[in-house]
Design a protein around this ligand. Sequence first.
Ligand SMILES: NC(=O)c1ccc[n+]([C@@H]2O[C@H](COP(=O)([O-])OP(=O)(O)OC[C@H]3O[C@@H](n4cnc5c(N)ncnc54)[C@H](O)[C@@H]3O)[C@@H](O)[C@H]2O)c1
Length: 263
Amino acid sequence: MSFEIDLSGRCALVTGAGQHIGRAIALALAQTGAKVAVNDIVAERAASVVDEIQQAGGQGVAAVFDVTNPTDVKQSIENLAPDVLVNNVGNTGAGNPPGETIMPFSHFTKSDPAEWNAMFAVNLFGVLNCTHAAVPAMTERNWGRVITIISDAARVPERRMATYAAAKAGAAGFSRALAAEVGRMGITVNCVSLGTIESEHVQKAREESPDAERDRKLLRAYLAPRLGRPEDPASLVVFLASPLADWITGQTYPVNGGYSTAL
Ligand SMILES: NC(=O)c1ccc[n+]([C@@H]2O[C@H](COP(=O)([O-])OP(=O)(O)OC[C@H]3O[C@@H](n4cnc5c(N)ncnc54)[C@H](O)[C@@H]3O)[C@@H](O)[C@H]2O)c1
């Protein structure tokens, strides 16, 4: 017996897919034969991932828009009419240049309420904007997938993450409620919750405070003793996007090396 995931004839839109986790998800979806719309606010990033997809023999198209701008989102997504929407854009915060994330986030009591908007605009309203624009075409087809990337910061108490956690938990609550509204229209809605994934930020923090114990302390929280790789969530996203996951909806699945566990 063998499993095969074939999404040829489907269009999958991945937001924030110009680098890192979104890029890995876009490349994995392209391997299933889906046409992949690579969204990013930074045009060069989207173009570079489209190029990678095409070099590998897949179908990719750039979709450059800002997920926080409802007018641009509506126009672009209605044109694409994706069968699969992966809401991957996230992180970022107030004062960051478009497409950049400056860590660390701040202690809640020290944060300025004016900073909260940026966190919610990207991590929650971006999800709402894209989903609102994508679901009508899915409903007409009686088939669709909405998959949203959240963070274990929304599931586990963590310092300096309060507004980020609130926005990500909001996206998870939204997804569960939406699953109830669209389940009878052949649309599934799920979240994938991530632990820390290796990135330039993690590497930079390592270089800025070289502490032999630092990684060891960080990894103590992980049952599988390594940080994640961008490819780790990609295979679960492909599975949730596939017909194999027809009866899975309204759920949040952790891909976190065992950072948090639940019955
Ligand atoms: N990196 C981690 O360790 C980690 C952990 C838990 C959850 N997550 C979540 O995983 C997702 C991906 O994270 P990442 O680390 O790959 O992100 P990243 O910051 O490396 O990449 C995000 C991409 O989104 C683009 N982008 C930013 N704002 C945008 C906007 N308004 N519209 C369109 N594109 C925009 C950026 O240009 C960038 O290419 C996010 O939802 C994040 O919250 C990441």
